[in-house]
Design a protein. Structure first.
Lengths: 211, 187
């Protein structure tokens, strides 16, 4: 029994992979005609390939997709929030505005700790109390911060007391009285004022247009 | 198909987890098949195939969309399979029944160096036998043979999946085929 050179088996493999040179192919074919052993090997190789290829195509079990999807990590909270912001730009803008706004108001509330009031003629100040004395008439609004207000005379205007007390008395007030001593009320008041200002701008404009 | 897959990938990157379901749908059978042929065990195949999809999902932003998604996905899966095979090498279920061998478990064949007796082999169904012979190949040949003859992928793609030069892939297929030929010489 003669042994064929090793490259013959190499040729067979190359041939099976479809990249054997035509010249080498001729060598291989001549060899296969003459050598029984090589024929046998070649036959076995092709049989092996056919055998492996006969393996039936198998499919993933039922419910594989669902099971896989369940195993995926949940989208984390942060990216979820980011996505929400991206999808709702208007809300995001409003939220940012609100946050900045309230921060500004909050600081202004904290910063304004000293006693202050709207300067009006005819009013007296005793300690931290603003007094509209008896017999006096004040025309205009009074705003008192970090202090109290007592009206004994007449006040033709609105009263706003922040962080203080409006002391009920015998005086006459023709406007509204408002006491603010909570941060949130203060915020709310500022926002309301902001809207009132905005509204007055618009109504002024409207008035201009009408003129 | 690549265009559709890339569209879905873009959606997944944007955070649409549901778009990934379609990708799983598209590739589930091929990926499961690769895992099953590599591992020879349905539970493990399912486990690893799911793990591969999960890794693909988590790392989807690293996928280069100019390339073929299947290549990238198969690469993840074959790497996981090879890892699994290496880890559990000495770990045979000794008391597990051997396929197609009633009452015969691994204890009875361990003396034969993990080779079933001739008459057991003959009794095997052809499909079982294919799987059995593939699973006896060393894992590096196994991956190449599975991708070449079961998935019928071109050599260039196999070389990309296995991250090996084309020549090495050819050698592995030759050796795998040769090993199978010897294993099957009694057929």
């Amino acid at each position: 029994m003669k042994t064929c050179p090793d490259y013959i088996v190499q040729y067979m493999n190359d041939y099976l992979d479809g990249d054997l040179e035509p010249s080498e192919e001729r060598v291989l074919k001549e060899n296969l005609v003459t050598c029984q052993d090589c024929q046998q090997i070649y036959h076995e190789l092709t049989k092996t390939v056919a055998f492996v290829q006969s393996a039936s195509q198998i499919e993933a079990p039922r419910g594989f997709v669902e099971a896989t999807m369940r195993k995926l990590p949940k989208q984390n909270q942060r990216s979820g929030a980011q996505r929400w912001f991206k999808q709702h730009p208007l809300f995001t803008a409003a939220a940012i505005f609100f946050v900045l706004m309230s921060a500004a108001l909050f600081t202004s509330f904290n910063n304004e700790q000293q006693f202050s009031f709207t300067k009006q003629p005819n009013v007296i100040v005793e300690g931290n109390t603003v007094i509209v004395p008896e017999g006096e008439v004040v025309r205009g609004d009074i705003k008192v911060r970090n202090g109290d207000l007592r009206v004994d005379g007449e006040l033709h205007g609105n009263v706003t007391v922040v962080n203080g007390q409006y002391m009920a008395s015998s005086g006459v007030i023709t406007g509204e009285v408002e006491e603010i001593d909570q941060v949130f009320e203060w915020l709310w008041y500022n926002i309301k004022e902001g809207f009132k200002d905005a509204a007055s701008i618009f109504s002024n404009e409207a008035a201009l247009v009408n003129d | 198909m690549d265009a559709l897959v890339n569209k879905r990938i873009a959606q997944v990157i944007k955070g649409d987890q549901n778009a990934f379901a379609e990708i799983v749908e598209l590739y589930q059978h091929r990926l499961y098949q690769i895992c099953y042929r590599m591992l020879g065990n349905k539970h493990e195949a399912e486990d690893i195939a799911q793990e591969a999809f999960m890794r693909a999902y988590v790392n989807i932003h690293t996928f280069d969309q100019n390339r073929k998604f299947s290549t990238w996905l198969y690469r993840i899966a074959t790497n996981l399979c090879i890892d699994r095979i290496r880890k559990k090498k000495p770990d045979y279920y000794l008391d597990a029944e051997v396929r197609g061998a009633e009452g015969l478990n691994m204890y009875s064949s361990i003396a034969n160096d993990d080779e079933l007796p001739e008459d057991e082999l003959v009794k095997m169904e052809i499909q079982e036998r294919v799987q059995y012979e593939i699973s006896r190949l060393p894992e590096k040949y196994r991956a190449a043979i599975v991708l070449k003859y079961i998935e019928e992928l071109p050599l260039a793609e196999i070389s990309e999946i296995l991250d090996l030069p084309l020549g090495t892939v050819k050698t592995r297929i030759h050796r795998g085929r040769e090993a199978l030929r010897k294993q099957l010489s009694n057929l």
